[in-house]
Design a protein around this ligand. Structure first.
Ligand code: NDP
Length: 252
């Protein structure tokens, strides 16, 4: 398929697995993360797959708005593909802290990364891809944590709940629009990534469910990032993608 895919947080974890599986000569990948992913760059070269790697901190609001504007210009200047995809995957679970111990600066960074950056990139994506009739899909990587309260994860749960609602608002706006973009906020299940190491490294004082997450790792019940990425890509390609604005990959 001739398409352009933007993925945030492709330096490791789920985003890296998604990017690696999506590399192809017929697909332009645009990825954003603070760190590099040498294996991804190497594989792109080996496959002659177009890859634009932007090293960027998505928690910086002004700089992210500037990056989004540059990406929109680039999308406008490139030959139009048959499909555009935006995968908002980058995220942080920090700060892990009970409400009375909230570190305000870390909370603001999480809001900026998990929510404001998604809104900023979605805005640029929607505006830049509107003309021309190409299909447009936005996949927001959410979490079950946005759909039920978890003590110690007040910030994380709130950001993912915001992501779910923002996806629903975009869907409502696009209903009836010419060439409507499709959007889904999808929970990916519990995956064996660095985010889980951060969770296991939190203190049980601030995160009362710590033992349960230690146990999941010990029992080997965490999903492998590559297999989750494969299932998410299948989901992204479904004909009915976007009919459910809130979903969970574990339903399939
Ligand atoms: P990781 O912590 O392993 O990876 C996070 C990715 O986001 C990295 O590529 C990281 O790159 C990027 N990122 C983090 N901060 C920034 C920043 N300030 N600017 C740009 N990029 C940033 O997490 P996962 O792969 O586990 O998580 C991916 C998504 O899945 C997240 O949205 C998470 O909430 C969600 N999720 C994960 C679950 C799990 O069990 N792992 C469960 C449910 C949902 P870098 O540090 O190089 O910038």
């Amino acid at each position: 398929m001739n398409e352009t895919v933007i993925i945030t947080g492709a330096s490791r974890g789920l985003g890296a697995a998604l990017a690696e599986q999506l590399l192809a000569p017929s697909r332009r990948l645009i990825v954003i993360a603070r760190g590099v992913n040498p294996a991804l760059l190497e594989r792109a070269r080996a496959l002659s797959a177009p890859l634009d790697y932007h090293q960027h901190d998505l928690s910086q609001v002004e700089a992210t708005a500037a990056l989004a504007a540059r990406l929109a210009d680039d999308l406008g200047a490139m030959p139009r593909p048959s499909r555009y995809v935006l995968i908002n995957n980058a995220g942080t679970v920090e700060p892990v802290a009970l409400a009375q111990h909230l570190p305000a600066a870390a909370a603001a960074m999480a809001m900026n990364l998990n929510v404001v950056a998604v809104m900023t990139l979605s805005a640029a994506f929607l505006a830049a891809t509107q003309a021309g009739g190409a299909e447009r899909r936005i996949l927001n990587i959410s979490s079950n944590a946005g759909r039920r309260p978890v003590p110690g994860w007040g910030v994380y749960c709130s950001t993912k709940a915001a992501l779910d609602m923002y996806s629903r608002c975009i869907k409502a706006e696009q209903a009836g629009a010419a060439n409507p973009a499709r959007v889904c906020s999808l929970a990916p299940g519990v995956i064996d990534t660095e985010m889980q190491s951060v969770i296991r490294g939190s203190s049980s004082d601030q995160f009362p469910q710590l033992e349960r997450f230690m146990q999941m790792k010990a029992e080997g019940t965490l999903s492998d990032p590559a297999s989750v990425a494969g299932r998410l890509i299948e989901y992204l390609n479904r004909d009915d993608f976007g009919e459910r604005d809130i979903d969970d990959i574990r339903n399939y």
